[in-house]
Design a protein around this ligand. Structure first.
Ligand SMILES: Cc1ncc(COP(=O)(O)O)c(C=O)c1O
Length: 352
């Protein structure tokens, strides 16, 4: 690929931090872990952050810590990565998938039933969802909100960082994300001490004290070396977000049609994905591929159309239509202005 869809980053600074941690700290539970957690909590604006092994485990452990389990029902949008729903099933609760707003692909609660036990809104593509609507839906029923902020490190809604808006925020550090840890990793954020302590225990086999285990749990900790790399990445996150926002403005100015998904008017997107919505999506994608430019579809199949969810028989027409129109363009900070102009030229050949 002349311009790949995604470029993995490994800098000298990341390498030095990794080697230093491997040589000087315990591989598991080293001081880089607690430092990364403190710095991440401070960055998001919550009292606590507890690291875990992935975004998926962040979501699953958060649900467990909030007491979600068998016979419970949890709402989440169908236009997301499958982990947003799998975490619900892993607790033996039932996923209640909702349709989406055609405008930006985010959760639409207008047809949702008012008797569930928790809600997982997703800040999809790095764009904050309409959190006031989520909050009033949750407050009416007095249910917890677990934010899926796996794509939205540093995004803001009404001046507050996502991950600090609900009861727990969940982040992924998978290599394609806006910040990574040199492998899989995740983080939970909360202001509630009891929830933070439960998450800490569940990620560590349900441990209460050294030799006492009082709940079910997993081995879902973040390794020290990954935390050390995460600290470096966190320090550079904001400058990378600035670059992502520059890239989207180049796309917006140079594309022949206004077809980039909009930013929440009450928020600030971190543009994990820069997404086009266009009837000629397949032609645009072919033109890009033929010219050595990577692109991706998030998501080719909404969650309810995945084989493992078909048994629920959900009818969610917006998301199905949306999945045929969207195309993610390269959005990473290393992309140059010239490369961005070039991508626009190929897209314009089809839509201009
Ligand atoms: C919206 C969303 N939720 C959950 C996840 C799961 O994160 P992970 O891959 O770290 O388990 C991801 C990332 O892949 C994601 O994009």
């Amino acid at each position: 690929m002349k311009i790949p869809f995604f470029v993995q980053e490994f800098t000298d600074e990341m390498e030095e931090a990794a080697i230093h941690a491997l040589r000087n700290e315990s591989f598991v539970g080293g001081e880089s872990v607690s430092k990364f957690e403190e710095e991440f909590a401070q960055y998001i604006g919550t009292k606590y952050a507890v690291s875990v092994s992935s975004g998926n485990s962040a979501l699953q452990i958060s649900l467990m810590a909030l007491g979600i389990g068998e016979l419970d029902e949890v709402i989440t949008p169908t236009n997301s990565f499958i982990a947003s729903a799998n975490c619900i099933r892993m607790t033996n609760a039932k996923p209640v998938l909702t349709d989406i707003d055609m405008n930006d692909g985010s959760i639409d609660l207008s047809n949702s039933k008012n008797s569930v036990n928790a809600i997982i809104p997703v800040h999809i593509y790095g764009n904050p969802c309409n959190f006031d609507l989520v909050k009033s839906f949750a407050d009416k029923q007095d249910i917890p909100i677990i934010e899926d902020a796996c794509q939205a490190h540093g995004a803001e809604y009404k001046g507050k960082k996502v991950g600090s808006l609900g009861d727990v925020g969940c982040f992924s550090f998978y290599p394609t994300k806006n910040m990574t840890v040199g492998g899989d990793g995740g983080m939970t954020t909360t202001d509630n001490e009891e929830t933070a302590l439960k998450i800490k225990s569940i990620r560590d086999n349900g441990r209460k004290t050294k030799n006492e285990f009082d709940k079910m749990g997993f081995t879902m900790r973040l390794n020290t070396v990954n935390a050390a790399i995460g600290r470096v990445q966190l320090r550079h996150l904001d400058e990378k977000t600035v670059r992502r926002r520059e890239i989207v403005s180049i796309y917006r100015k140079n594309l022949a049609q206004d077809c980039v998904l909009p930013e929440n008017k009450d928020g600030k997107s971190v543009y994990h994905q820069i997404v086009l919505k266009h009837e000629k999506r397949d032609q645009i994608r072919k033109e890009l591929t033929d010219n050595g430019i990577g692109s991706a579809i998030y998501y080719e199949r909404p969650i309810h159309r995945q084989p493992i969810y078909e048994e629920y028989n959900y009818k969610l027409p917006n998301s199905e239509k949306f999945s045929k129109l969207v195309l993610s363009l390269p959005s990473y900070p290393q992309l140059t202005n010239e490369q961005t102009f070039e991508i626009c030229e190929y897209v314009n050949k089809i839509i201009g």
